[in-house]
Design a protein around this ligand. Sequence first.
Ligand SMILES: Cc1cc2nc3c(=O)[nH]c(=O)nc-3n(C[C@H](O)[C@H](O)[C@H](O)COP(=O)(O)OP(=O)(O)OC[C@H]3O[C@@H](n4cnc5c(N)ncnc54)[C@H](O)[C@@H]3O)c2cc1C
Length: 461
Amino acid sequence: MAPTLGSSIYWLETARRDPGPSLAGRLEVDVAVVGGGYTGLWTAYHLLLEEPALRVAVLEQETIGFGASGRNGGFAMTLLDMSLAHLRRNHGDERARAAHRAVADSVDEIGEAVERHAIECEWRHGGLLVVATNAGQQRRIDDDLDAAEALGLDGFTRLSADDAQARVHSPTYHGGLHETHCGVLHPAKLAVGLADVVAGLGAQVFEQTGVTDIEESGSRLRVATAGGEVVADQVVLATNAWAAESERLGRRIVPLYTYIALTEPLTDAQWDDVGWDDHCGIEDKRNYVHYYRRTLDGRILWGGSDGIIYPRGAIAARHDRNDEVFAGLQRTFRRTFPQLDRVRFTHHWGGPVGITVSFLPLFGSLLDGRLHYGVGYNGHGVAPSHTGGKVLRDKVLGRRSELTELCFVDAVEPTFPPEPLRFVGAALTRRALLRQDAQLDAGRSTGEMDPLLLRAMKQLG
Ligand SMILES: Cc1cc2nc3c(=O)[nH]c(=O)nc-3n(C[C@H](O)[C@H](O)[C@H](O)COP(=O)(O)OP(=O)(O)OC[C@H]3O[C@@H](n4cnc5c(N)ncnc54)[C@H](O)[C@@H]3O)c2cc1C
C-alpha cells in the first residue's frame, strides 16, 4: 500500500496554543534565559521554586517547544554517553553512578512535577524495553547489564528472547532488558505546560524573540533582540543545537537531524497482534538506534534509523523532511512488525539535536560566571535537561552541589575541527556507523566499537 505521508509535526499540531508576547523595549531582570525548550524552562522552574523573588525572563526565538523539545520521541530515559557501559568505561564507577542516578531521579521528578502542577502531557511511567535484534546487539545489552550490576544500580532486568517477544510480538527480538527508570510523554504538551507553570511562578516568557547578541555592559550583561534588549545580572544559554551557530560554543557542538514517522491509530485487532499492552518505550541497540512507542490515541511513533549532519551544520526548516530517511523508517517498521504491513503512516518530521565530541552534554560558565550554558544532549535530553535545569540553577545561585560535580559539568570540552573537515569527517563517520549496523545484522561484527571508529567519532564527529 502506498504510504500517505504528511510532513507536519504531530506533537506541535496537537498542542497548539496562542503564542505569548514578543519583547518590545528594554527590560531589567536578574536572570535572562535564552531558549524556550526544556533546558531553559526547567532552569527557570528550579530557580523560581528556590528563589521566588528572582526576576527571570525566558526568550524564545520562535514559539515554546519549537526546537527538539516540541518534536522528540517523548522518552524520559536515563541514557548518557553511548551506553551505560561506555559511561562507566569513560568516567569510572563513582562518576558514572552519580550521573546515572541524577538522571534517574529526574525521571521520577518529572512525573512528580507533572502531577503537582497538573501538566496534561500524557505522562506514562512504563519503563524502557531495550531489545537486541542480532547477536552483536545482545552483547551490548549484556555489557550494560554487567555495568548496572557493577555500579549497584536498581531497576534493570534481563529478558530472554521469549520474555521480550511475550511483551511485544516482533520476530526480530533476540533478547533484551527492561529498565524501570523511563516514562513517555507528549513532548510539546510538556513544553507548553511547563511554560505556563514558570509564568505562574513569576517568569516573563517572550516568544518570537530571537537573541541576536550577548555582550558585557559594565558588571551586567546586555541581551539584544530584534525588538528590544534585556539587561541581566546573569544569562543562561539553553539553545541546544543552535549553540553551534554561536561564536562562543560553535566548535564544541554540531547539529544532527534525527527523524520520526508516525502511524495512523491501530485498530484493536492490530494491537492484539502486537501485544505491547503497557506504555514502555522501546529502543534497539544499533549505532543509529530505532526508538518507538505508543501514543495515547493508539498510534506507533517510529524514530531513529539514521542521523544527518547537513553541510556547514545547517539548521533549516527544509531539513525537517528527508524522504530517504522516511523510506528507511518505514522499511524497518515493517520488518519489525510484519503483522502490521497494512498500517499507514500519517506524519513524519525531523529536528536538530546537539552532538558533542564527548557524547555528553556540556554545562559550564563563561564571562566570569555570568553567562552559563547547558547544551548538547546527543539526542537524549528529555530527562537530562531536567537534571540540567538544576545544575544551571546551582550555577546561577553560585553554589557548589553534587550536581555541579557531575561528570558533564565544567568538564574539558574538546572541539570539532573547522569546516569543511568537520562535514567530511561527519559523513565518513556516519557511513562507518551504518556499515557496522549492517554488519551486525549480517552477524559479521561483534558489536564492539572499532577503536579507529571511536577515535574518528571523537575527533571528527
Ligand atoms: C526527532 C527527535 C527525537 C528525539 N527523541 C528523544 C527522546 O525520545 N528522548 C530524549 O531524551 N531525547 C530525545 N530527543 C532530544 C531531546 O528532544 C533534546 O535533547 C531536548 O529537547 C533538548 O532540550 P533543549 O531545551 O536543550 O533544546 P531545544 O528544545 O532544542 O530548545 C532550544 C530552543 O532555543 C531556541 N533558540 C535557539 N536560538 C535562539 C536565539 N538566538 N534566541 C532565542 N531562542 C533561541 C530554539 O528555537 C529552541 O526552541 C529527540 C530530538 C529530536 C529532534
